[in-house]
Design a binder for this molecule. Structure first.
Ligand code: HEM
Ligand SMILES: *[C@@H]1O[C@H](CO)[C@@H](O)[C@H](O)[C@H]1NC(C)=O
Length: 332
């Protein structure tokens, strides 16, 4: 296994951030604050970080799973751990959540936290911290995560139908994001999360054959890349057979190169390509790719961090709302 990604530097950066308790973003919003566990569970953040690190050391691809888990948690009932609940009709069982992974990492961190400071650290916060650590350990930016979220008491598959689909248009997704308080630049920045991770063929193979009944592939796919995608996802490939990197040639590295792939027709998910074709979002794709300097001082790294802070504050429960679960997959 290539271990170069686990550079001492990345780990030190995270540790430094964990102790940067009067961080820049302490006023983030909605009753959460940086260093919330400083007195009640001093090692909370370092326990999450070391747990994430040990799982990523065994399987680097799990970082992407953790980042996506936090997104899917926040978009339904806010960032309240509702995605973690087990059950035949729980949120987790809804179709848009079928490929989620990394639950075992959250469970592992929770059991270590319960040993050290029982009943103190919420599963919602573990998800937010693990997403931050996953990005940092993949070579991306590091930031201070405000904490103090409480775990929710509702988890229903029927509430998950509004999660974004890769077949939706830019205008529909702008609407979905703005209904959660996220702007157009947040939408493009957060889509940049696809700089790591993978997708099942079923989310894009319709682009490869008889796209919109034209008989051919989606013409926006780079013709040099198309045969490789067709080989990975043959017609009628069963769900779960193959996984394809969302960021061609750079699936493990959190970098801005993803926006070059989008510009060059190498996006795998349809929506990721559409943000280059819509004028309201193209300016950010160009800027983040470093090809243009249309927006001076705007970079993928800082925009992504700002967008993550906004996303991880969606409809959070604080104070005496909700509960602190003892086991993340079950209500108390
Ligand atoms: C903008 C709308 C979005 C759409 C339509 C979308 C769609 C998808 C789809 C279809 C997959 C493949 C899932 C699978 O095969 O299991 C995926 C993977 C992923 N998504 Fe998104 N996504 C969106 C936004 C986001 C956001 C906001 C984040 C996080 C900030 C994110 C993070 C990820 C990651 C990291 C993966 C790879 C997961 C893995 O390797 O297991 N996505 N997304
Ligand atoms: C593409 O789909 C259309 C509509 O379903 C169908 O009429 C046509 O025969 C298909 N073309 C190919 C090449 O499969």
């Amino acid at each position: 296994m290539a271990a170069s990604f686990i550079e001492g530097v990345s780990i030190l950066k995270i540790v430094a951030v964990s102790f940067l308790l009067d961080g820049l973003y302490s006023g983030a919003s909605a009753g959460i604050s940086s260093g919330f566990y400083f007195n009640s569970c001093t090692t909370a953040e370092s326990i999450v970080t070391s747990t994430v690190l040990s799982h990523i050391s065994a399987d680097q691809t799990i970082a992407a799973g953790l980042l996506r888990l936090h997104f899917h948690d926040c978009f339904v009932h806010g960032c309240d751990g509702s995605i973690l609940i087990d059950g035949a009709s729980a949120e987790k069982s809804a179709f848009p959540n079928s490929g989620l992974r990394g639950f075992e990492v959250i469970d592992d961190a929770k059991s270590k936290l319960e040993d050290t400071c029982p009943g103190v650290v919420s599963c919602a916060d573990i998800l937010a911290l693990a997403a931050r650590d996953a990005v940092a350990l993949s070579g991306g930016p590091v930031w201070t995560v405000p904490t103090g979220r409480r775990d929710g008491l509702i988890s229903a598959a029927s509430d998950a139908s509004n999660l974004p689909s890769p077949m939706e248009s830019v205008s529909v997704l702008k609407q979905k994001f703005s209904s959660k308080g996220l702007s157009t630049v947040d939408l493009v920045s957060l889509t940049g999360a696809h700089t790591i991770g993978q997708t099942d063929c079923r989310f894009f193979s319709y682009r490869l054959y008889n796209f919109t009944s034209t008989g051919g592939a989606d013409p926006s796919i780079n013709t040099a890349y198309l045969p490789q995608l067709q080989q990975l996802c043959p017609p009628g490939a069963a769900a779960g057979t193959n996984k394809v990197a969302l960021d061609k040639d750079s699936q493990l590295q959190f970098d801005a190169g993803y926006f070059n792939n989008i510009r060059q027709g190498n996006a795998v998910l349809e929506f990721d390509r559409r943000i280059f074709e819509d004028t309201s979002t193209q300016i950010y794709v160009d800027t983040f790719s470093g090809q243009f300097t249309n927006l001076v001082g705007v970079s993928f790294g800082t925009s992504f961090v700002n967008a993550m802070l906004a996303m991880s504050s969606i409809e959070v429960k604080t104070g005496t709302d909700g509960e602190i679960r003892r086991v993340c997959s079950k209500f108390n």
